[in-house]
Design a binder for this molecule. Structure first.
Ligand code: BGC
Length: 712
């Protein structure tokens, strides 16, 4: 019997109440609770979420104990009438016990193979603790670093978002979702949440259909194509329509256009929040709107379990609608293999390899933003290590780290000591006991300042109105600069921070992010030259908060090309130049790469040939002319010069990261076909238009290295 037939068979035996039970997700208890056990017995709980608060990412939320997980599962399997297993979900976002870089940092690695490998490790660890389903990857495109949740997603670019979506889904779900080591993934938050007005969490969004299809949907499309099992709907409304009750989004687009066939879960209490959003008066109205829109499972607020039965009886919701939702849930449970293997056997995991991979990914995610020749440091140099993040552990793990342990995380001082021993002149001081630190700095060859932001100003419900570095840290930089020493700033942050008045005073800037368990070790790998830096930022660094939004894939305007690309920036603001502090795709190395001329295997191609599946090739030689072997991420951008709608000045359409040894040249080849050259109309139809395309290949989005190919 195949899965579809099994689903039908189970469904045919279910009462309406049991069906509705499958759509009910509740908070998992932390200790034995007879009332909950009875609900399981009666088939009233389809899923447990192992989180205790409404924004678990910034609250300590312990994992339900294995014994209890199995106990409740046994009640479901052995004592409920139909024996349907429960699916256990948890926010395993960028790590479990081993924590990897926040997703915004991981995107800067431009290394999807490594990301996939790390997410496989994450799945292995979480599955061993009884998790079946993770509420990740978070795929919200975001152009506003004030938004605390920017840390959770892949940044500002739909192409990077799509590549990372595929990598994460494949990593979590593995070759086979039913493997014990696999987790069901959940693409969230569908859709548009990253556009929250003003970066204020949970706020409204205004997104045209054209922008939705071209910017916000591609990562979700990629997740669906990679076989993601579930999708979480988002809290926001789009132009007045809450997504939670938006049939257009949950059914017409997600299922109709993207072809998703798993199940949709709401966000936490989001169904009942339709009342506050002003489209429903009662809980029953909420349930009716959400289920009829295509929202299958209700997270935590119990609005479905309390109202759907009477809504079916009164004809406001059809039993067919309930059946459709239940079938989707049962299908994923069957695919996950929960009917054959419902229990967790609590395996001990050897994390040695996981930690090694975490260190590699952390180092590949870090971005060297500035280096006036001071880095790499010699292991013999005397380093004064100063600043508020010298001994910090928890922040390095980042927000949405439910199971990583601060006490198992090396701090910067420990990591540096293991490399240079007594040459590290440590000072715990910051501004308060400055004299002492200055005395140490005077003796040192170089000052390394450990700077940044707490994880508690990032993540859900923790946005900021100002992305500047705290004033006392800026002061610290200025104080050490005047000593005449070389000063290196290492930034442990969750978002791009405003660098105006900061980077100018530093001789080198290493953006280390909140890169997980191995943040400090990886930062030292780079500082002392064991790793040649190779991360490139997947989000623009604005110079100051007032320049937000600032993103690379902008269109031109009638009067100036766009200040992002440096043309007529003085027409934008009279009080500052809104060019990026560091553009999308930017990141320095210790070595130098020289890009050769771009070559195309044709300068003209018929659109009809592209439609028939032909493509053309772009090649570029890149030479390592510096003193180190190193990795480079070669980036390909296009610009559709004249189209029926204004197209962006640059759109990333390909990248490849590869190691190039010093004095060697590598040839990079990119294929451009129909799927890369078009865009979506406001109706969601994909189209490619004839005309001239500029093709850029270079080290970041500002590259001037270009060629033109004509579609006829
Ligand atoms: C967040 C989701 C998360 C869920 C469960 C919500 O508040 O928006 O991202 O998966 O809680 O913890």
């Amino acid at each position: 019997m195949n899965i579809e037939q099994r689903v039908e068979e189970i469904l045919s035996q279910m009462t309406l109440q049991e069906k509705i039970g499958q759509l009910n997700q509740v908070k998992a208890p932390l200790k034995a609770d007879e009332e909950v056990f009875e609900q399981i017995r009666q088939g009233k709980i389809g899923s447990f979420i192992m989180a205790t608060t409404a924004h678990a990412g910034n609250d300590d939320t312990v994992l339900t104990e294995n014994l209890l997980i199995n106990k409740m599962q046994r009640i479901a399997v052995e004592e409920s009438r139909l024996g349907i297993p429960i699916i256990y979900g948890r926010d395993v976002i960028h790590g479990h016990r081993t924590v990897y870089p926040i997703p915004l940092a991981a995107a800067a690695s431009f290394n999807p193979e490594l990301v996939e490998k790390c997410y496989r490790n994450i799945a292995r660890e979480a599955a061993a603790d009884g998790v079946n389903w993770t509420f990740s990857p978070m795929l919200d495109l975001c152009r506003d670093p004030r938004w605390g949740r920017i840390i959770e997603g892949p940044g500002e670019d739909p192409y990077v978002g799509a590549v990372m979506a595929e990598a994460c889904v494949k990593g979590f779900q593995g070759e086979n979702i039913s493997d014990k080591d696999s987790l069901v993934a959940c693409a969230k938050h569908y859709i548009g949440y990253g556009a929250s007005e003003g970066g204020r969490d949970y706020h409204r969004t205004e997104i045209s259909d054209y922008n939705l299809y071209n910017y916000y949907l591609p990562a979700f499309r990629a997740a669906v194509n990679a076989g993601v099992g579930t999708v979480m709907s988002s809290f926001n409304d789009i132009s007045g329509q809450p997504v939670t009750s938006g049939k257009k989004y949950l059914t017409d687009i997600l299922r109709g256009k993207l072809g998703f066939d798993g199940f949709v879960v709401s966000d936490w209490d989001a169904v009942s929040q339709l009342k506050r959003q002003g489209v429903a008066e009662t809980d029953a109205d909420c349930a009716e709107l959400a289920i009829n829109a295509g929202l299958d499972m209700n997270m935590t607020d119990r609005v479905y379990i309390n109202n759907l039965e009477s809504l079916v009886e009164s004809g406001r919701v059809s039993e067919e609608t309930i059946n459709t939702a239940v079938k989707r849930v049962l299908k994923i449970k069957l695919q996950k293999g929960l009917f054959q293997n419902p229990y967790c056997d609590a395996r001990e995991i050897d994390r040695t390899v996981h930690l090694k991979d975490a260190r590699t990914l952390a180092a590949e995610s870090m971005v060297l933003l500035k280096n006036d020749g001071v880095l790499p440091l010699s292991k013999k140099s005397r380093v004064a290590l100063i600043g508020p993040f010298v001994r910090e552990r928890r922040a390095l793990l980042g927000s949405w780290t439910l199971d990583g342990k601060a006490e198992e995380t090396a701090n910067f001082a420990e990591a540096m000591k293991s490399v240079i021993g007594a040459n590290m002149l440590l000072s715990d001081d910051n501004i308060a006991v400055l004299d002492n630190s200055i005395a140490r700095a005077v003796k040192a060859d170089v000052v390394v300042l450990a700077l940044g932001e707490s994880e508690k100003v990032t993540g859900e419900a923790y946005s900021v109105s100002d992305i500047s570095l705290p004033k006392n840290q800026v002061e610290l930089i200025h104080r050490y600069k005047v000593l005449g020493k070389k000063v290196v700033g290492v930034f442990f942050c969750g978002r791009p921070m405003a660098m105006e008045g900061v980077a100018e005073y530093l001789d080198a800037v290493l953006y280390a992010w909140h890169s997980g368990s191995e943040t400090a070790n990886a930062a030292c790998d780079i500082l002392f030259g064991d790793v040649v830096p190779n991360g490139k930022t997947a989000v623009t660094f604005p110079k100051r908060t007032g320049h937000i939004p600032m993103y690379y894939n902008v269109t031109s305007s009638g009067r100036c090309v766009n200040c992002y690309y440096g043309e007529n920036p003085q027409n934008c603001y009279v009080d500052s130049l809104p060019t990026p502090a560091f553009p999308f795709g930017f990141g320095l190395s210790y070595t130098k790469f020289e890009y050769g001329e771009i070559k195309a295997d044709t300068d003209e191609i018929l659109l009809d040939d592209l439609i028939d599946g032909k493509s053309f090739k772009i090649t570029v030689n890149v030479k390592n002319t510096g003193d180190f072997d190193g990795k480079e991420t070669v980036q390909l951008y296009i610009r559709d010069k004249i189209a029926t709608v204004m197209r962006p000045l640059r759109e990333l359409k390909g990248f490849e990261k590869r190691k190039i040894n010093k004095n060697e040249t590598e040839c990079f080849t990119f294929e451009l076909g129909y799927d890369k050259l078009g865009f979506y109309t406001e109706n969601g139809e994909y189209t490619v238009e004839k005309g001239e395309f500029e093709i850029y290949v270079g080290e970041n989005c500002l590259t001037k290295n270009k060629i033109t190919v004509r579609l006829t």
